[in-house]
Design a protein around this ligand. Structure first.
Ligand code: ATP
Ligand code: MG
Length: 246
């Protein structure tokens, strides 16, 4: 991992978010073409982005890309999910524990700061201290203060950073709320926020099963969402199943 340059000045991307151009000029497909990529995640299925690590101008960046997916995903579903992610990153600028958003490559891809360390799916039980989960609790609280609920926080989306501090990635399912939002968005936000807290408690329990701590009950809409997710998860696992339960 090469040293990170300081934060740069930031033209607007057209998505209401400030783009970080500290790497130099904008991250474009032309600049990415021909660069060596290391696959971080092939995507659980064809509706998901391909996630690659690329070294651009001496800096490691993550490219999340749906360009190689079938046309409904490439043209519609993928850009819609990336829009959600961009919107969330826009709200979370400057929050420690959230990687820097580096730009929208095009409708099909985004670039994000790479966080070295590995996600919790590759961490063994007993290797993370309780304070990691205290910090994660605090980080998730800060996301909520900014009006962002992650909504699907599992062990693949939490990274133990270079100094052992938690990072959260993957805001494709995030709900972003604010004073101008309608009652449905606010309701969804509240449920997703509860789901996030529950996810952190579950992760804590998974990694520190011997320490006291309770996992809050699922509530309201989230119970329904979880039932749907379980049903979908069963279908997915039946087909391919790269990942186990979170
Ligand atoms: N900024 C980052 N730094 C380091 N690793 C990352 C970063 N972003 C993503 N990853 C890694 O790539 C994986 C996939 O990324 P991400 O979760 O954003 O994709 P996804 O297609 O939305 O995944 P899924 O829907 O399966 O959760 C993550 O689980 C994490 O291991
Ligand atoms: Mg993810």
């Amino acid at each position: 991992m090469l040293p990170q340059p300081p934060r740069g000045t930031s033209p607007m991307t057209g998505h209401g978010i400030t783009e970080d151009r500290s790497a130099g000029t904008r991250v474009t497909r032309a600049r990415l073409a021909g660069l060596r990529r290391r696959r971080l995640h092939a995507g659980r299925n064809v509706t998901k982005a391909i996630v690659d690590l690329v070294e651009l101008d001496g800096r490691d960046i993550v490219i999340k890309d749906v360009a190689a997916r079938p046309w409904p995903v490439r043209v519609w579903l993928g850009p819609w999910q990336l829009d959600r992610e961009v919107r969330a990153y826009g709200r979370l600028v400057g929050v420690p524990g959230v990687p820097r958003f580096l730009g929208r490559v095009d409708r099909q891809a985004i670039a994000v700061e790479f966080v070295p360390g590995g996600d919790l799916a590759s961490a063994r039980r007993g290797t993370l201290p309780a304070v990691f989960f205290d910090l994660l609790d605090g980080l998730v609280g800060r996301l909520h203060e900014r009006g962002v609920a992650h909504g699907d926080l599992h062990r693949h989306d939490v990274i133990s950073g270079p100094a052992g501090q938690p990072y959260v990635v993957d805001f494709s399912t995030a709900v972003v709320t604010g004073p101008a939002c309608g009652p449905l968005t606010r309701l969804l936000f509240r449920h997703m926020r509860d789901a996030d807290r529950r996810s952190v408690a579950k992760l804590r329990h998974r990694f520190l099963p011997d320490l006291p701590g309770t996992v809050p009950e699922r509530r309201g809409l989230y119970r329904l969402g979880s039932a749907l997710k379980r049903a979908l998860g069963r279908t997915r696992r039946g087909r391919a199943g790269r990942r186990g339960p979170s």
